[in-house]
Design a protein around this ligand. Structure first.
Ligand code: HAM
Length: 410
C-alpha cells in the first residue's frame, strides 16, 4: 500500500464539524471591529525575514528559534509570519498610510506560524484575530483596544478571563530600568536558572517569566518597572486605568507581565484563562510607539493586540454546532426530479441536499435524519410530495412548486 501522509507536527485540519466554532469567533470579532471602525487588512502569509528580525527583535525567542524561515528560489530569505504587527506596520509605511486621517485602525484574522513545541493550546500553525491602531498616542486608544478585546471575549461567552495590565514606560525609562534589573540579577546570579543567567545581558525581563522555583523566589524582590514610571509615562498609564475603571472593566496590575516581543513600550496587557493550564494567554498586546519608525516610516505612536483563535475556542468550552440544512429531498424513483428541486431550492437561498450515493428509499430517510435537516421532502411516485418535520415527525402533503415560499426562500 502507498505510504499515507499526516498533517505536519503541530498543525491540524479544521474539519467541517469544527468550522462553525471558528466562524463564530471570526463573526464575533468582525462585528466588534466594524462597530469600532477597524477596517480589515490582509497581508501576505510570508514576508522578508528581515522584517521580523528587526520588527519583533533579534533577542526574542520568536526570532531566535521559532521562525519558519527558508530561501525562495531566487535566494531571498523569507519567513512564514509568526505575528501580524510587523507586517501591518510594513504595509502602513509601504502604502503611505500616515497621509490618511490618524489613527489608521486595522484588523485581521488568519494563520500564523511558530516553530514551538506542540502541546495543548500551542501549535506550529495557529490562528489569530487582531487589531492595530496606528497614529495616535492617546490613552483613549489604549482603552478602546483593551475594551474591544474584552467585549469580543464576552460576546463569545468567555467570562473567566483575567486582564493583566502593566506599563513598560518609555524606551529611555525602560533602558534605565533594565540596567537596574541587570545589576540586581548579577547580584543574585548564582541563585538563577542557567537559561536566565545566560540572558541577563540580552533580555533580563525574561527572568520574570521563568518556571524555575529558585529564580521565581529571587524575582519576588526584583525591582518592578511599574514602580519606576514617571512623568508622561505615569500620566499616560493613570489615564488608561481611569478609562478602564469608568468602563467597569476589572484588571490586575502586574509588573511581572512579560510579552515575548521587543517592540513594546508603555501600556502592555494580556487576557489569561487559568483553566487553559500552561498556555493560559488568550490574547494580548500593547503600545509599540517606535516600530513604524524602526521600519522606515515617520515617528508614529501605535498600539494593538492579537488573540489566539484556538485558545479562545478552548476557553469557550461549549462550541457552536454547524447550522442544520433546511430540507433533505428523498426520492424513491425520480432522482432527476429531486436534483432539479434541490437546485431550485439552493438558487432561492434555502440549504437543501439529496442522496448522491444511490441509497434505497429507507437509506435516504436515514440519511435525512443523519444530515440533521429540519425537514425531509419525500417525492412520491405520481408527482405528490410530503413534507416531514424531522423533529415532531408531523407530515403533510405539499406542492413542490410552492416549496420555496413555504420554506421562506427569497
Ligand atoms: P502574542 O502574545 O505573541 O502577541 O500572540 C497573541 C496570541 O496568539 C497569544 O495570546 C495566544 O493566544 C496566541 N498564540 C501565540 N502563539 C501561539 C501558538 N504557538 N499556538 C496557539 N496560539 C498561539 C502577538 O502576536 C502580537 N503581534 C500582539 C500584538 C498586536 N501586539 C501589538 N499588536
Amino acid at each position: 500500500m502507498a505510504s499515507r501522509h499526516q498533517a505536519p507536527k503541530g498543525t491540524f485540519d479544521v474539519l467541517p464539524g469544527d468550522e462553525a466554532a471558528h466562524a463564530a469567533v471570526a463573526a464575533a470579532a468582525a462585528a466588534r471591529f466594524a462597530a469600532a471602525g477597524y477596517g480589515r487588512i490582509e497581508t501576505p502569509i510570508f514576508e522578508d525575514t528581515g522584517l521580523f528580525a528587526r520588527g519583533v527583535g533579534e533577542a526574542t525567542d520568536i526570532v531566535r528559534k521559532e521562525m519558519f524561515t527558508f530561501e525562495d528560489r531566487g535566494g531571498r530569505s523569507v519567513t512564514l509570519r509568526p505575528e501580524g504587527t510587523a507586517p501591518v506596520c510594513r504595509a502602513y509605511v509601504e502604502h503611505g498610510m500616515h497621509r490618511l486621517p490618524q489613527p489608521v485602525k486595522l484588523s485581521y484574522s488568519g494563520p500564523f506560524f511558530r516553530y514551538e513545541r506542540p502541546q495543548e493550546g500551542r501549535f506550529r500553525q495557529f490562528h489569530q484575530i487582531g487589531a492595530e491602531a496606528i497614529g495616535s498616542g492617546s490613552p483613549l486608544v489604549d482603552a478602546e483596544l483593551i475594551l474591544l478585546l474584552a467585549g469580543t471575549l464576552a460576546d463569545l461567552g468567555i467570562d473567566d478571563v483575567e486582564l493583566r495590565l502593566s506599563s513598560l514606560g518609555s524606551p529611555a525609562a525602560r533602558a534605565r530600568y533594565r540596567d537596574e534589573l541587570r545589576e540586581f540579577l548579577r547580584s543574585r546570579e548564582d541563585e538563577l536558572a542557567p537559561g536566565v543567567r545566560d540572558r541577563i545581558d540580552a533580555n533580563p525581563m525574561r527572568a520574570f517569566d521563568s518556571d524555575d522555583a529558585a529564580t521565581r523566589a529571587v524575582m519576588k524582590s526584583a525591582p518592578r518597572m511599574l514602580d519606576r514610571l514617571d512623568g508622561e509615562d505615569a500620566k499616560h498609564f493613570a489615564a488608561v486605568r481611569e478609562l478602564l475603571d469608568d468602563a467597569g472593566l476589572a484588571y490586575r496590575l502586574d509588573g511581572t507581565l512579560v510579552r515575548g516581543l521587543d517592540y513594546y513600550n508603555r501600556t502592555v496587557f494580556e487576557f489569561t484563562c487559568d483553566r487553559l493550564g500552561a498556555q493560559s494567554g488568550v490574547g494580548g498586546g500593547g503600545r509599540y510607539d517606535g516600530l513604524v519608525e524602526l521600519l522606515g516610516g515617520p515617528p508614529t505612536p501605535a498600539i494593538g493586540w492579537a488573540a489566539g483563535v484556538e485558545r479562545i475556542l478552548l476557553a469557550m468550552g461549549a462550541t457552536p454546532e454547524p447550522e442544520p440544512i433546511a430540507v433533505f429531498v428523498v426520492a424513491a424513483e425520480d432522482r432527476e426530479r429531486a436534483f432539479a428541486l434541490v437546485r431550485r431550492l439552493r438558487e432561492a437561498g434555502i440549504a437543501a441536499d439529496l442522496d448522491l450515493a444511490g441509497r434505497s428509499f429507507k437509506g435516504q430517510m436515514k440519511q435525512a435524519d443523519r444530515s440533521r435537516a429540519r425537514h425531509a421532502l419525500i417525492l412520491e411516485p405520481g408527482g405528490t410530495a410530503m413534507l416531514r418535520d424531522m423533529t415532531s415527525g408531523e407530515q403533510r402533503e405539499v406542492d413542490p412548486a410552492e416549496l420555496v415560499s413555504e420554506l421562506g426562500g427569497r
